[in-house]
Design a protein around this ligand. Structure first.
Ligand code: NAD
Ligand code: TYD
Length: 363
């Protein structure tokens, strides 16, 4: 995509929710590299939010961080009226399946009630715009492939028309939020866009998720806990490709539509962990025995979805987006980033992180 086309579109302010998280902070940094528009980042700073990711953004005029909760409607109302964004890109969520199994309530609160609050305030704000501004306004909701449930080994990948069948509290809360977004477009005409993306990986991912957890445990010589038989399949997309897809949908997507985003990279968990072991051996030096020896099969996640796969034909054909990284190039960059950023890792792997690892993996 041409830089100039981003520039002409991004003249004004955009509001990002959850911009201190993994994907949100990658999105803000990529967006600011490509445009001179103002960015407001509303984030509650849960355990998953990290303002250090955004140090380069803080130097940019027009960037503002607002510490707040998306369920706080008064706060949202005054923020929208003060900053007058031309678009809202909604990342804020509780995002980890294992945490949703141990404590689903926060997932309902943030993912469902929070999205509802944001939609309500966006509707009021949009309703007060001139007709020209209202036609240009966009509410882009960032969602996941997990809303579609689990595939059999020979099933075709999820398409936008696949029926929703969420299986974890996380997936159910995201499915509910997707339905609310759909209803706000259908009922009130709010100009919404929804993206459903497969598993992301890359810099800034909190090491509770598979790829960063395995990189850091492999580096530290700790056990690599593979759930069940390790044959569950996920589709993996490099986070910068996801951010580029979101920007493309925001710029060119048809209002009211949903777009599936994926990397055409279906991989079994065990294969991912083995390739991380080999890469860490190669890039960080051998520790005597190969790191594959650290792999340990542990009790399976309850209700563990067997296979996800995404059909990204619609976004590719309609909007011309394609991923730039293959899994092999993306995973190499990711391992290198975690090797080079020990201080970031030290900062996020204290306190609540240690507590989570102890509670979750102790059994
Ligand atoms: P993350 O957990 O890394 O970050 C979430 C961010 O939201 C954090 O900064 C957190 O502080 C903030 N937040 C949480 N509750 C909030 C609240 N009530 N009010 C304001 N801010 C709040 O998540 P992520 O991996 O960056 O995912 C971002 C979005 O993308 C989520 O909506 C997720 O469902 C979706 N998604 C993620 C993936 C993935 O592989 N990580 C794949 C597809 C879709
Ligand atoms: P995760 O990164 O939690 O993403 P999601 O559940 O949203 O797909 O997990 C990816 C896959 O890796 C999933 O099949 C569960 C598995 N997994 C393990 O085998 N061990 C682990 O320690 C973790 C965190 C995940």
């Amino acid at each position: 995509m041409l830089l100039s086309s981003y520039r002409s579109y991004m003249e004004d302010t955009i509001l990002i929710t959850g911009g201190a998280g993994f994907i949100g902070s990658n999105f803000i940094l990529q967006w600011l590299e490509r445009s001179s528009s103002a960015v407001v980042n509303l984030d509650k700073l849960t355990y998953a939010g990290n303002l250090h990711n955004l140090t380069p953004a803080e130097k940019r005029p027009g960037y503002e961080f607002v510490h707040g909760d998306i369920t706080d409607q008064e706060r949202l109302r005054s923020l929208l009226s003060r900053r007058k964004p031309r678009a809202i890109v909604h990342f804020a969520a509780e995002s980890h399946v294992d945490r949703s199994i141990r404590g689903p309530e926060e997932f309902v609160r943030t993912n469902i009630n929070g999205t509802f609050s944001l939609l309500e305030e966006a509707r009021g704000y949009w309703g007060g715009m001139s007709s020209g501004e209202a036609a240009d306004f966009r509410f882009l909701h960032v969602s996941t492939d997990e809303v579609y449930g689990s595939l059999g080994p020979d099933d075709p990948p999820f398409a936008e028309t696949t029926a929703y069948a969420p299986n974890s509290p996380y997936a159910a809360s995201k499915a509910a939020s997707d339905h609310l977004v759909r209803a706000y477009h259908h009922t009130y005409g709010l100009p919404t866009l929804t993206t459903n993306c497969s598993n992301n990986y890359g810099r800034f991912q909190f090491p509770e998720k598979l790829i960063p957890l395995m990189i850091l445990n492999a580096l530290g010589g700790k056990p690599l806990p593979v759930y069940g038989d390790g044959q569950n399949v996920r589709d993996w997309l490099y986070v910068e490709d996801h951010c580029d897809a979101i920007a493309t949908v925001l710029e060119k997507g048809r209002v009211g539509q949903t777009y599936n985003i994926g990397g055409w990279n279906e991989k079994r968990n065990l294969d991912i962990v083995q390739s991380i072991c080999d890469m860490v051996d190669e890039m960080a030096g051998s520790r005597g025995a190969p790191r594959r020896d650290l792999i340990s099969f542990v009790k399976d996640r309850p209700g563990h979805d067997r296979r996800y796969a995404m059909d990204a034909t619609k976004i590719e054909h309609e909007l011309g987006w394609r991923p730039k990284e293959t899994f092999e190039t993306g995973i190499r960059k990711t391992v290198q980033w975690y090797l080079n950023n020990e201080e970031w890792v030290r900062n996020v792997t204290s306190g609540s992180y240690r507590q989570w690892i102890e509670t979750h993996y102790s059994s």
